[in-house]
Design a protein around this ligand. Structure first.
Ligand code: NAD
Length: 508
């Protein structure tokens, strides 16, 4: 992942977290209409650390009212004005990076070294990126003929719904909010019920920057708050990140209103290690070994988790020996501790799901090369959701090679030829990420071209710069996030043909 050095953040020992958070609607904190709140459990110790408003259709309607009231004015603001506000948001996040990183860790369970060095710097950079590109992206004017001018203008789509997963609560929200706001849309964001707190703390910090109603956040469960948002005839688009099965439902809701959707869904990404990896110098070999262990980053809860290792059979022994040793050296511990490399799974449900997949792998005959169980931690972490990084060896037809586990579990298989590696890589329903490690110039270009995935990392893995388009092939979704092209998902084009000709058209 990208690491940026940021120096302006205020030091924080213990971030202040409220007992409960309301919705953020129309620039104000609004209690849920039902009066109900739900527990937010920290995966660090399995204990409740805050409560979030339990949103429903009525709350979504209030947010829609606020967003529709704000849209006529917001949509007419200049790109320069919106850019200034997005930069201001980025500055505030930068000043509070340490606090937000800690809250994200408490909310999600991932190690502080990741939230501090990767998640939050990327959040800041995405706001700055869209603050910049919106100013550079001009509407176009061309001459149809010497009397007629064609003007193509971008207009914001309107009020949009954005539904967020729990694996990168702040970053996934930013991937959606920054381009929508830059484009001049008003947004209603529905965070995941497992991780609502860090986004509400962010709203405490940045809520005042934007005019009331431009950005609204309604917390709650998928069927209660997400469904009325995605099914509403009052939104112009829904952008969704989450499971492929949920994505299918969201598309059904959106189809009733004939509105566009973008879908960022699941994955089962192959990480391919060609024979030339072992011919290379030690430094590159070591980098490739680390590339294989990247399956454990973010506890494996990344849609692009390199969850299948495909390694050339001639280098299997020498390569996997090093990969296993490096995996065993991963330090697990309290996610807020500076030296912790891998923290807790985001929720008890996710923890149980991963353990059940470890059982499935064992039952279907996959060999456990390391890990293969929960991690027993002490000092107050006994009740948290910790799993050992696990490596299976098997074949690509096994369920642990085909189904998204979304945990620190990788399945390894071998190949003999480049064609076989490509065939195995493409043999899943997903097509989100992939990795290729090689020293051969031909392979470095031809293999990524042959892989059916929206992002192929070559001799690296898991960086997510704002200017690089990201998204899925096949059942991993459609539409893209990040990059200038993202603005196209939040705008429509108005074409004006203007005649300066004094003559009649000549038909009637
Ligand atoms: P999920 O589908 O369970 O939930 C995602 C969001 O959808 C949550 O906010 C949830 O409340 C909401 N939701 C659930 N049911 C709904 C319904 N019926 N109507 C409306 N909203 C509903 O996914 P998750 O478990 O939070 O996230 C993990 C999944 O996300 C994994 O499959 C992962 O691959 C995927 N993911 C994909 C990307 C990507 O960019 N492709 C990025 C991150 C995560």
């Amino acid at each position: 992942m990208t690491t940026l050095t940021l120096s302006q953040s205020k030091p924080v020992e213990r971030p202040e977290i409220k007992e409960k958070y309301d919705h953020f609607i129309g620039g104000k904190w609004v209690a849920p209409t039902s009066g109900e709140y739900f527990d937010n459990i920290s995966p660090i110790d399995g204990k409740v650390f805050s409560k979030a408003a339990r949103g429903n259709k009525q709350d979504i309607e209030l947010a829609l009212d606020a967003a529709h009231a704000a849209f006529p004015t917001w949509s007419k603001t200049s790109a320069a004005q919106r850019s200034k506000l997005l930069n201001k948001i980025a500055d505030i996040i930068e000043e509070n990076l340490e606090m937000l990183a800690r809250i994200e860790t408490i909310d999600n369970g991932k190690a502080l070294r990741e939230t501090r060095a990767a998640d939050l710097p990327l959040v800041i950079d995405h706001f700055r990126y869209f603050a910049g590109v919106i100013r550079a992206d001009e509407s176009s004017i061309s001459e149809h003929d010497e009397h007629t001018v064609s003007i193509a203008l971008h207009e914001p789509l309107g009020v949009v719904g954005q539904i967020i997963p729990w694996n990168f609560p702040l970053l996934m929200a930013t991937w959606k909010m920054a381009p929508a706001l830059a484009a001049g849309c008003c947004a209603i964001v529905k965070p995941a019920e497992q991780t609502p707190t860090s986004i509400m703390v962010l709203m405490e910090l940045i809520g005042h920057v934007l005019p009331p109603g431009v950005l609204n956040v309604v917390t709650g469960f998928g069927p209660e708050a997400g469904k009325p948002l995605a099914s509403s005839p009052r939104i112009a688009k829904v952008s969704f990140t989450g499971e492929t099965t949920t994505g299918r439902l969201i598309m059904q809701y959106a189809s009733e209103n004939l509105i566009p959707v973008t879908m960022e869904l699941g994955g089962k990404s192959p990480n391919i290690f060609m024979k030339s990896v072992a011919d290379a110098d030690d430094e590159f070999f070591d980098k490739a070994v680390e590339g294989a262990v990247m399956f454990a980053l973010n506890q494996g809860e990344i849609c692009t988790c390199p969850s299948r290792i495909l390694v050339h059979e001639d280098i299997y022994d020498v390569f996997m020996e090093r990969v296993i040793a490096r995996t065993k050296a991963i330090k697990m511990g309290h996610p807020l501790a500076e030296d912790t490399m891998m923290g807790a799974q985001a929720s008890n449900d996710q923890y149980e799901k991963i353990l059940s997949y470890i059982d499935i792998g064992k039952q279907e005959g996959a060999e456990v090369l390391c890990g293969g169980d929960k991690a027993e931690l002490n000092s107050g972490l006994e009740t948290g959701f910790y799993i050992q990084p696990t490596i299976f060896k098997g074949h690509n037809k096994m369920r642990v090679f085909q189904e998204e586990i979304f945990g620190p579990v990788v399945s390894v298989t071998t190949f003999k030829t480049t064609e076989e590696a490509i065939a195995i890589a493409n043999d899943t329903m997903y097509g989100l990420g992939a990795g290729l490690w090689s020293r051969d110039a031909h392979e470095l270009y031809q293999v990524p071209r042959a892989i059916q995935a929206g992002r192929v990392w070559v001799n690296c893995y898991h960086n997510y710069p704002a200017h690089a388009p990201f998204g899925g092939y096949k059942k991993s979704g459609f539409g893209r996030e990040n990059h200038l092209m993202m603005l196209g998902h939040y705008r429509q084009t108005k074409n004006m043909l203007i005649s300066y000709d004094k003559n009649k058209l000549g038909f009637f």
